[in-house]
Write a protein that binds this ligand. Structure first.
Ligand code: ADP
Length: 468
């Protein structure tokens, strides 16, 4: 069942229940109020009749002298419309009736007569002709503790029945119309509210069938739950699209990077087949070895990156990164003897993770510093605690720096800045590995670079959380 249908049904059902409850309440209050008012009128009237009959001492009095006065009983048609009076003797026989009965009789209920003769006031609702009802109060007339006759006052329930019937019809009709309107309105509202969801579904379906992550929902509407869902969905699509594209680019770049040394190797193998000069042969073999080593390096880097991509926690060993930095400093001094390599500040710091990966991170930064600086440039290393927690590992050089347009992409895989001739040196994966290792250890890496006339150089700062 669709949400739309379910919402409409629930909506209609709840409204129906509320309306039924409300109608029953109105009906009960109305009927009870009107009935109570009729009973009050009858009661008051009954008292008036008794007063008008006067203090009777002789049982025959009632039978003879006062009956003639029945007409003088104040039946006020304005305060008590349609109230009828009837006098009965101690046998329950009608002796006299008020003029407004016009010779007719109030209906007489034998049980009411019995009750009244026994000295009790009796309330009855009796049928009077077709579809008409009368409310009758029968009360005894006493002469010194003896019942000598009965007074009956009655009022037609015609108006009450009419009113309640009309109220019932109105409540029922109005209720039905309200429920019908609610159902239609609910259906419409649900469609309006869920329209964008349908739009999202269609887009998802289109993406599925066309295998095109470039599509967007592009929802224009209020930023309510559904609007936010659409925005989130678009955001997700953008991320997926980006990841997918970069994956494609990565595969293309990897193949390209591996093809270059392969071509060189193939060229040298062809040469070797034809070449007879041992010097040239040795040269070709050396070139093949170098290219094979380069390929090996690329494959190893790619494997490391793939491992870092997997959502596995890094190793749990405790690594003294200050000691690592000193190691790398020593290696760098050998690697770049003509650069001014300095160890600036080494505060002890322990990081939880993988020592080999962290060494690789520092080594890549140091190698880059050596590779992209000129003899005489200065390379400084530092390990200093972050006052806010964690540790900074800094590799700074006074090399040519990195142009602002390259900076945002410098950590991408296979991305290389700088002139073409310097590009052949590396694999373009060095900084990608630095970043992946840092992120893998819960840290990050930032670059600051200047390319001014007097001030130039690059500073790579890695922040890592320290072990507790
Ligand atoms: P590569 O193998 O080419 O060194 P990296 O990912 O390590 O790959 O570096 C990417 C690019 O960033 C390099 O090609 C180089 O242009 C630039 N770069 C990296 N480190 C420095 C540095 N210390 N000074 C200047 N340029 C740098």
């Amino acid at each position: 069942m669709s949400i739309r249908l379910r919402l409409t049904i629930w909506y209609t059902l709840l409204l129906s229940l509320a309306l039924i409850g409300f109608s029953v309440l109105v009906y009960v209050v109305l009927v009870q109020g009107l009935s109570a008012e009729i009973d009050r009128t009858l009661d008051r009237f009954s008292h008036e009749v008794h007063r008008a009959l006067g203090p009777t001492t002789d049982p025959t009095d009632l039978r003879h002298s006062h009956i003639a006065d029945l007409d003088s009983i104040p039946v006020n048609e304005f305060t008590a419309p349609g109230v009828y009076v009837q006098l009965l003797d101690d046998q329950g026989q009608v002796m006299a009736a008020s003029a407004n009965l016009r010779g007719g009789r109030l209906p007489v209920d034998p049980t009411a007569i019995q009750d009244a003769l026994a000295g009790q006031a009796a309330w009855r609702t009796l049928a009077a002709g077709e579809d008409e009802r009368v409310r009758v109060l029968t009360t005894p007339v006493f002469v010194t503790d003896q019942v000598v006759g009965l007074v009956q006052v009655g009022q037609s329930l015609h108006n009450l029945d009419l009113t309640t019937r009309q109220a019932t019809l109105t409540l029922l009709g109005g209720g039905l119309v309200a429920v019908a309107l609610a159902a239609v309105g609910g259906w419409w509202l649900a469609r309006r509210a869920l329209g964008p969801v349908e739009q999202i579904r269609r887009t998802a379906e289109a993406i599925e069938s066309a295998r095109d992550l470039g599509q967007r929902i592009d929802f224009h509407g209020p930023t309510d739950e559904v609007g936010r869902l659409a925005a989130t969905f678009d955001h997700l699509l953008a991320r997926l699209d980006e990841a997918f594209q970069s994956q494609k680019r990565f595969v293309a770049d990897s193949s390209h990077e591996l093809r270059t040394p392969l071509t060189v190797i193939q060229g040298h193998l062809d040469l070797l087949q034809r070449e007879t000069d041992p010097v040239d042969q040795a040269e070709s073999l050396a070139a093949i070895r170098a290219e094979a080593a380069r390929m090996g390096q690329i494959v190893e880097d790619l494997l490391l990156l793939a491992r870092l991509d997997a959502p596995q926690p890094p190793g749990r060993e405790l690594v003294d990164v200050d000691a690592l930095l000193v190691d790398v400093y020593r290696a760098l001094k050998v690697l770049a003897p003509d650069r001014e390599v300095v160890l600036e500040e080494v505060e002890p710091a322990t990081v939880r993770g993988d020592a080999a990966q962290l060494r690789r991170l520092l080594m890549n930064l140091a190698q880059n510093a050596a590779r992209y600086t000129a003899p005489g440039d200065r390379i400084s290393l530092a390990c200093r605690p972050d006052p806010a927690g964690g540790v900074f590992l800094v590799v700074q050089d006074t090399g040519p720096g990195i142009a602002p347009e390259h900076q945002p992409r410098i950590f991408q895989r296979f991305y290389r800045a700088g002139p073409v001739q310097t590009r052949a040196a590396g694999t373009g994966l060095g900084l990608a590995i630095v970043q992946a290792v840092a992120v893998h250890h819960g840290g990050h890496v930032t670059l600051e670079s200047e390319q001014g006339e007097s001030v130039h150089g690059s500073t790579f700062t890695v922040w890592l959380p320290v072990a507790e």
